[in-house]
Design a protein around this ligand. Sequence first.
Ligand SMILES: NC(=O)c1ccc[n+]([C@@H]2O[C@H](COP(=O)([O-])OP(=O)(O)OC[C@H]3O[C@@H](n4cnc5c(N)ncnc54)[C@H](OP(=O)(O)O)[C@@H]3O)[C@@H](O)[C@H]2O)c1
Length: 254
Amino acid sequence: MTQPGRTQDDSGGVYDDLKLPSGTWRPYTAIQMVMTVDGAITGPTADYWPISLDADQRTFRRFRIHFDAVLHGARTLGMRVDRYMWSAELQRERRRRGLDSPPLFIVVSNSGQIDPNDRVFQRRSYPIRPVVVVPETADVTPGLADVAEIVTIGMDSVDLDGLMRYLAAERSVRRLVCEGGAILNYYMLTAGLVDEFFITVTPSIIGEPRPRTAVEGAAALPHDELQQLKLISTATHEGEVFLRYRVCGACPLA
Ligand SMILES: NC(=O)c1ccc[n+]([C@@H]2O[C@H](COP(=O)([O-])OP(=O)(O)OC[C@H]3O[C@@H](n4cnc5c(N)ncnc54)[C@H](OP(=O)(O)O)[C@@H]3O)[C@@H](O)[C@H]2O)c1
């Protein structure tokens, strides 16, 4: 079993030395999540956030150095995802890797009901406008087009396959990280658009009766059609366990 590039330097992330393939018709895509030992990806209120320790937060923040774009479901906004959008650290690390621009920040929404005042859209220092992807029938919140680039893909719901083609062909996105949440993860996975699943187990228990988990569809997958994963690596760092999986059955990249 391979071990990911681990650093003992507290300023580094567990996956700093990652080498990822790139896609052609669609980006090479990874999901990155964290969960507690009892499987919760979040707690009942915002007071529980962040749920992870320093090693995961550092790794999460620095993971973006490998990607051309970052994808979010509409309901992860509000949890301060803007904090990691663009920092001197990210800029420095990307430059070292020959990448001058920051990753494109993309949000998908079927409804178009997104608050233009969310901090993601208020980061004046971010050099690229966030992209909001909606279907034709979306009722886009007034004022959103002033702070985000609105891209329409799909009729009643966003066509994720079409979105991947658009990102690869029109935006030169070769590697994409999907940072959740659970609902978007489900649709990305079941569309065969995810190549790797990175999940950290953080050493705490929330104990909610029905916690939010890392992947949530409207119903469970049939018992004989479960999404299968293959373990690529494990690493432990400062008490957290970093698991890296290949997703079986992803669509071919070329
Ligand atoms: N622990 C972690 O690593 C982690 C990471 C991220 C998030 N979280 C937690 O996860 C929660 C948010 O996740 P969530 O599952 O509720 O929501 P989500 O996946 O972030 O967003 C769901 C929304 O995204 C849009 N969407 C999802 N799939 C779509 C598709 N195929 N096409 C078009 N739009 C799509 C829809 O927006 P509209 O409703 O606008 O149509 C949908 O309601 C938060 O509590 C957050 O704290 C945890």
